[in-house]
Design a protein. Structure first.
Length: 279
């Protein structure tokens, strides 16, 4: 076998693996999009068909007719996610600024402790957290979902700290010479240069909050305060035989995430690459 033939076979094998991976990961998404555009009768056809006979958006009408609170749940999810994102960016960046710029004898001891909290399984904290929020009378409110984000997240602190350390400290010294202080350095120098990691944190925090099911399920009891993830779970019982309506609900839940990644993927790659460039 010649060298050119080996090269062709190698390239063919790579493309075959990529195609298989594409089918594996994109297959469920394509099937969901196809299902939400079908009529109820089409979903029961044997053998099933991939493409709908005609574009049909009646599933969305049925979805909102069956559950009038859908718009309210969508608004709740956006409100909670926005507050979580704001808290995660502000609190984690401030803590990371201290770890990256302040010189104290405890800094090198505290940062490993922050990272060690990443190894604690969330299930271990579930019961103590619920007891704490119950005693604070925060159950059936959004506070258990929002307040922890304003206390800093270990993963986000790590990302910010690593990124801040790639910014030359000569810029800090120049700001001090111009009459600035530490807060001026943080707000006028560090944060404006940290757009990639800010966008990365915004996306991660938004996705985690938007997709969170266990937190809202545990702490929220009133139907009108549910998030979309919990509300969709209720739809399974109400429209269990209406597969197009269920697919339409799933589509609504992934649209914001898809748009975020579509418009900010460049910043995600840049932020993650730069956070690993300096220890």
């Amino acid at each position: 076998m010649t060298t050119s033939n080996r090269r062709v076979m190698k390239q063919t094998g790579k493309y075959a693996l990529l195609t298989a991976a594409l089918v594996l990961f994109a297959g469920p998404l394509v099937w969901m999009l196809s299902t939400m555009l079908k009529t109820k009768a089409e979903t029961y056809k044997v053998p099933p068909t991939l493409l709908p006979e005609s574009l049909n958006f009646e599933a969305f009408n049925r979805l909102f007719d069956v559950q009038p609170l859908m718009w309210r749940w969508i608004q709740n999810s956006f409100a909670i996610s926005a507050l979580v994102v704001l808290g995660a960016v502000l609190s984690s960046s401030i803590v990371a600024y201290g770890f990256s710029r302040f010189s104290t004898k405890y800094k090198d001891r505290l940062f490993p402790i922050v990272l060690m909290t990443l190894m604690i399984p969330p299930s271990i904290l579930m019961i103590p957290s619920y007891v704490l929020f119950t005693k604070l009378h925060w159950v059936d409110t959004w506070l258990p979902l929002i307040v922890p984000a304003w206390l800093g997240g270990a993963y986000y602190i790590f990302l910010f700290r690593q990124f801040f350390m790639t910014i030359p400290q000569e810029l800090d010294e120049a700001t001090y010479l111009d009459g600035g202080n530490r807060w001026t350095v943080f707000t006028k120098v560090i944060m404006p240069l940290s757009k990639p990691i800010v966008v990365t944190t915004v996306i991660f925090a938004f996705v985690n909050s938007w997709l969170d099911f266990l937190g809202p399920f545990l702490y929220i009891k009133s139907n009108n305060m549910f998030t979309l993830s919990v509300g969709l779970q209720l739809l399974i019982g109400q429209t269990s035989q209406d597969f197009p309506a269920l697919a339409a609900g799933a589509f609504i839940s992934i649209v914001p995430i898809g748009l975020l990644f579509l418009f900010a993927q460049r910043y995600i790659v840049e932020g993650v690459v730069l956070t690993g460039s300096k220890g």
